[in-house]
Design a protein. Sequence first.
Length: 329
Amino acid sequence: MFRWRDLSDVPPGFGPSVVTLGNFDGVHRGHQQVMSQLVSSARERGWASVVVTFDPHPAQVHRPDSSPGLIMGTEDKLDALEQTGADAVLVLRYTLEFAEQTTEEFVLGTLVGPLGARCLVVGSDTRLGRGNSGNIDTLRELGERHGFEVRVVDDLLDPLDGEDTRHAPSGERRCSSTWIRSCLQAGDVRAAARLLGRNHRVRGEVVHGAARGRELGYPTANLSPETAGFVPADGVYAGWLVDAHGTRWPTAISVGSNPTFENVPRQVEAHVIDRPAERVEDFDLYGQDVVVEFVERLRGMVAYEGVDKLVAQMDDDVARTRRILAAEG
């Protein structure tokens, strides 16, 4: 997949193409449904399929103090988009100046001109242009004038599975990044995985910590505070660690400030279980960029009276992690 970081990277005369556009935070199953239509529509015509997305997320530009945490970092988003089969992705730098374009200026100056768009595949809630003034009707009007088709993909609805259905009497809710964030805020990584179509993950560099885990017999890989991706609610999780070489290790994960000890900042710590050797020097992850995947939340964070009780709980956490991951396969 071609990865373009600016319009100037698009080859001259590119096209014709089928294009979709959006933030695509999480590249969840709803997004994947749009991508499936994008790729199939392009292949039917023998055209290129192109995804247009933005960095930073528009909310971070318009509401920097209240923007939601992103489900995934930009590079992980591009990797996920590549998995959909799209031919190219264009990442546009989003600024306040960029946001002042009218819908027509953006469509002609980015989609129809440089990308040679002859068909747009979009979700039903697509808004674009200055003040989000453009919608599906706007795009259809522009398509009639400038020679491109607009295909609208219906929302993907997902069962609420026992959640509050007062505002969704059908028992279903639109699959969305907002819903996934709320699941992660509650620590429900199973529900998040159902909506994402894969385990939720964060990425970060392994840095040195206080070495308390090693002293307790449970050495951990501590992720840098600059971790990319939405860190779920505090607690202990079963999951996986993928190292820089692509090896996937079964892992017990701790998220939080560890209330048993004082003055510990919130962090993600991953203890790889059933390693070939228990000595940390035989399993050196320091400085590596690793991925941590969350499979299931085991419990919340608890302050224990004494190290012995904490270690006993950690023994149980590791045993449960082993059983959960064995069942996952």
